[in-house]
Design a protein around this ligand. Sequence first.
Ligand SMILES: [Cu+2]
Length: 708
Amino acid sequence: MSLYRLNVFSLQRGLLKIENNGMMKFSYKKMMKISFNYGLTKNLNNLSKGGVGFRELYDANPLQKQFSDILFDRADEPATASSWNTFDEKDSLLEDELIRGYYKLANANKNTSVKTVLDQAEKDVKTKDPRLVHQVLMRFARTYTDAKQLRLRVPPLILRAPKSTKPKQRPILSPGPMIGVPGKTPENKEDLLEYWREDPNLNEHHEKWHLVYGKNRVDDPNNVGDEKKYLWKDRQGELFIYMHRQIMARYFAERLSVGLPDVKTLDNYSEEIPEGYDASDVAGFESRPAGLKLRDIPDFSTVQNLADARDRLIKTIDQGYFDDVSNSKSIKTEGSIESLDLLGIAIEAGITETTYKNYDAALWGTNYVAFHNNGHIMISLIKEGQNRGVMGDNKTACRDPVFYRWHRYVDDLFVRYQSKLPPNNYNDVPEVHISNQDVALVFKDKIEAIKELTKRTDIEPKVQEWGESHIDDIFKHNISTLETKLKTRSLQLEGDDQPTEIQYLFPREWYYFFRVKNPTKKEANVTFRVFIVPTQFEHQFNRYIEVDKFQRTIKANSETLITRDCDRSSVVSQPPKKTPEELDDNAAIDDEDDTDEDVDYSDYCECGWPFHLVLPRGNSDGLPFKLVVFLSSGELDKIESVRKCGSLSFCGSQQLAGKYPDSKEMGYPFNRPLTNGNLKDTFGNMKNAAIKEIKVKFVSDFPEFTKA
Ligand SMILES: [Cu+2]
């Protein structure tokens, strides 16, 4: 640790002591001011923007320590069938009640707001259900202004609940086509995807999304309990569908990569589920034995109720309006973003009277029950006499293969709806041109000009310069094969004798180069929308994987070379985590550009897809994919161009009730079936779209650009 760092920490400790005496509030902004006199601004700025790892903050900041310790307390404790459950409507009311209590407590103790709530939570976690207290405390830290200013960090999932997060400790099967190879095919073929389903960062992404976007309605911390002042998460229902659709699209591609058959939808509730899930290594959760059927759960719900909910959703989609509100224009299912959103809400968590009111419905009918949530609960309690399985918790659900069978059904419902809607009308696309030959990919390690560089602010202009001076070469000799490999990292967890081995997929980093022509006399603001799809699935619009979305300006009457780093991806949690240390810690926010933009650090920043899984694995022959680039009008789309933390596409707005940063439907232009189910028929004749054939190859090794 450098002397500067030590100085920063002693300064911070001093301030905290003052705060604890109740004389002064601890805030980074105040620290910045004070530190100026000590000539420490730059270092402190790094600290405040997150340039320090979680463990260091934990040791240096007593409030961070107290906050973390509450989240550590009882985190791996076994769940019983009746433990607090995020999927349960009744439990969700308990959550609302507790967070209102914390907001009120904080509001009543303005000078020591966070400390007072932490002291209360410290007691609560011992006496109440720890799951409930953890959930509420994490939400409090993200939503309450004083807490946000403290930039308290939720400890990484692997440290918070290590025993229910660490992947199974058994060797992952070797590369190559694995199905049917003697000695290489596991007893349970589904195990082939353990490296993906059990990835701690993937599970944390899912957990964090549900924390940040879990509810469509939240309390305003300043107007607690006032029904008229509820805040509504913009397009939460639509994003629920889209975020899970993207997990599914990636899972479909991953299965294809290892040679597994497609995901079978879970629509027949009287059929046995042949593939089980062994949770003997997952602390706190029960295994789900193979060959069980859904059953009625006493005091909760019945299989018939689930089937009724399913049939009612189908009826709603097919008839074109929500039940009992056929007179209300606002919630007909006619394809407005509002109706997409409402259908997403109905599928995920059900529609209640408050939601109807928000949508200004003229008439409120009967509740839609929480179809998706109830499915999670019923699957997690599938074995009579057993406690909860991993499907009953957002931080573990993605580990079980049945998660994807359930979510395939959820997504198919939305596909059914989107297939009924009028096709996109592309009258509003900008007059800029990109052809199939104008898309190139270059591995970063092949770009000599940036070999010795490590800072993004140094690399980006160099790549642009290099690209412009090699433009003909790039488009003539560019690669069409991307690469992935498996890596292993080792992590010593507290209380374990052996270090935990985590095997994880990693991509060979690359740069995109796009050559875009603007033949008009006006400068054009353009949104680049980049997707990949396994060629085998290219006719299915819901299987396109978003890999990037960003805006650039194209000068009038020009041909412009656009460069883009793969790690800036709109789906990836920014800043990207790459080294083993980063993967098991919170992300450090880039502080290289000196903008004044204030980032409210919170677990919001940890929301987003993990960078290391940005590509599906592919196979050793090179799995064929199509890469599609679609240019839309930046003036109309209104997306953000720079995102310092979180993910543009999955985490929405940092403000509780802020607008989702894209005015197009999520997934656009893959939000509707393709013309004749054919990619070429849909975009082949459009001057603002390009299709490039690529392969994703799984290899044993490649040179890495980012040095650990
Ligand atoms: Cu989910």
